[in-house]
Write a protein that binds this ligand. Structure first.
Ligand SMILES: [Zn+2]
Length: 295
């Protein structure tokens, strides 16, 4: 299969809470549907649910899958088992090939979204570019000199698990003080709930800051500063030209501006253009379809 540009790709995006499916041609997303992610610890249940959903879609184009977790030679492992409970090294490509007839393309979701942004969104015109989503968790994908960096074991771009506080909170990945434990929506909600003594979700924290609450403002600034430091580290390691921020927290009112402000305090060598992501929640579906079509 070398030429698929004239037929729509059947794209699947596996997240911790939902699985989205759509027919994708370029940036055109049709027949979008979704179902709750089976959280049974068994990859076979995930495979059955995806196969059934694909069977209900029109068309029989090639299948491309973006998924949360580590993708290594067609096998899926949850880097953070709280996000997606599944057997380590589950052979997702092989299991799906047995039920849909041909092996799907399988790529990490943030890596796929980075490619979607690079080809069709905020990364257009760059040779080297990164996308970071700050949402329930934190993920990223990196394109260097026009190539998506996947890495030896699929770990490239997992910036949610670079360390921000060496003695910090234990992360689901096994490390302590990962960026995800200080700057994700989950982290903001945890920190805010402890600080305010009542349940405060990430959107509530942004609402409080907008009303002038200085404690809420301080917590958001602290998260933005941790993100800015990680982006400086990304500049030092991959020298990308531009970084796009997406996700519920990344696109929350004022967050990007606070990241840009904090990044400006870094020495000029580490300054990079930081912009809003453009491709939206379907970036993963679009990106993985583009990767398949260009393969
Ligand atoms: Zn971690």
């Amino acid at each position: 299969m070398t030429e698929v540009s004239n037929s729509a790709v059947r794209s699947v995006d596996i997240g911790g809470t939902k699985v989205a499916l759509a027919m994708v041609e370029g940036t055109r997303v049709t027949e979008r549907r979704q179902f709750p992610t089976p959280r049974t610890d068994r990859g076979s249940d995930l495979v059955a649910a995806i196969a059934s959903a694909l069977g209900a879609m029109p068309g029989d184009g090639p299948v491309a899958i973006a998924t949360t977790g580590l993708v290594d030679e067609g096998r899926l492992t949850a880097l953070n088992p709280d996000t997606l409970p599944i057997e380590n090294g589950f052979p997702l490509v092989d299991a799906l090939r047995q039920v849909i007839g041909s092996p799907p393309l399988l790529v990490n979701d943030a890596q796929a979204a980075a490619w979607g942004e690079y080809r069709h969104g905020a990364g257009r015109g760059c040779a080297s570019f990164a996308f970071m989503t700050v949402s329930t968790g934190i993920g990223a994908g990196i394109v260097v000199d026009g190539r998506l960096i996947v890495g030896r074991r699929g770990l490239a771009g997992h910036l949610g698990h670079v360390v921000a506080e060496p003695e910090g909170t234990r992360c689901g990945c096994g490390r302590r003080g990962c960026l995800e434990t200080v700057a994700s929506g989950t982290a903001l909600a945890r920190l805010a709930t402890a600080a305010f003594g009542r349940a405060v979700a990430a959107p509530d924290l942004f609402a409080l800051a907008a009303e002038g609450d200085t404690m809420a403002e301080g917590m958001i600034r602290s998260a933005a500063r941790s993100i800015a430091i990680a982006l400086g580290n990304l500049a030092a390691s991959c020298d990308v030209e531009r970084i796009a921020l997406g996700g519920g927290v990344g696109l929350a009112p004022g967050f990007l501006e606070r990241v840009v402000e904090a990044a400006a305090e870094l020495p000029p060598t580490f300054h990079r253009e930081i912009v809003r992501a453009e491709a939206g929640p379907d970036a993963g579906l679009i990106g993985v379809a583009a990767l398949l079509a260009e393969r």
